[in-house]
Design a protein around this ligand. Sequence first.
Ligand SMILES: [Mn+2]
Length: 315
Amino acid sequence: MRYPEAGGVLHTGPATFFGLPYETTPAEGTRIAFVGVPWDEGNGGRNGANYGPRALRDASNWFTSYDYRRKIDVWDCLPAVDAGDISVVPGDPAQTMERVSASVEALCRQGIIPYFIGGNHAITIGTAAGAARALAGKKMGYLSIDTHLDTAPGWGGSPFASGCPTNRAANLPNVDGKNVVVYGIHGWLNAREHFDIADEFGMRWYGVEEIRERGIAESLAEAIAIARKDVDGLYITFDMDAIDSSSAPGGGTPEADGFTGREAIQIARMLGAARPFALDIVEIAPMYELSGATPRLSCNIIMETLAALAASELT
Ligand SMILES: [Mn+2]
């Protein structure tokens, strides 16, 4: 826990992710670097996720790092920093994504696990590419928790749209479509052609109907196994719109019939235990809700993921 030193309230002092030290050049021994990407261009729908990093920094000050079930302090196990925000270039997605990729690659090469905070899902075009570059010559698996397939090759003519990250990941030179998995498909924004493209990649997707019939424990374990099969590193992206709009209303495309908050936490624990080498969480648009439920649940997912990752290293 990093309670603010000054004052008796949580919301005091400069906000960093989880109250962690602000180090744009993470010190030796850092295991986790949180990086914000205040980027929300390339949307077919409503905007606002560029305020996600600020919202998470604020909400995360309400989270201690003590896991009472495992009796561990997450930041003691995984020393972490707030490494700042990517300097995005409004109007230039190509340059912005290259900056994102370069940051992810550099952090991975330092042996740090980058945890990128979006931003809309377009940021994963940059993060996954950077992670794959860090694994050059080796293979990467890609697991997306999402309502949407995001297999579109472009949107309105742009390949940098928020509906494209799965397509771009499956096209990376060291990613095999058979190691690309999307978990949580539901709703009516997935068009027939997006499923056809998924089939062409040979990727596996899980609809919420299958997940409910088989249960999360079994179906997500299988999803993780597919994404990790014969690869050297697993990339995980978590789109908050996979969560039901009642639990996560503050996003670009809130959808009914998604995961509950409780299910999201169950999923997060399994994701952490899968030991990803790079991650992101995206689509948090705080201005669409007054309660702050979505950034808080996002922080909860991050803590549950990292606590499970820390615990997996202790056993
Ligand atoms: Mn989505």
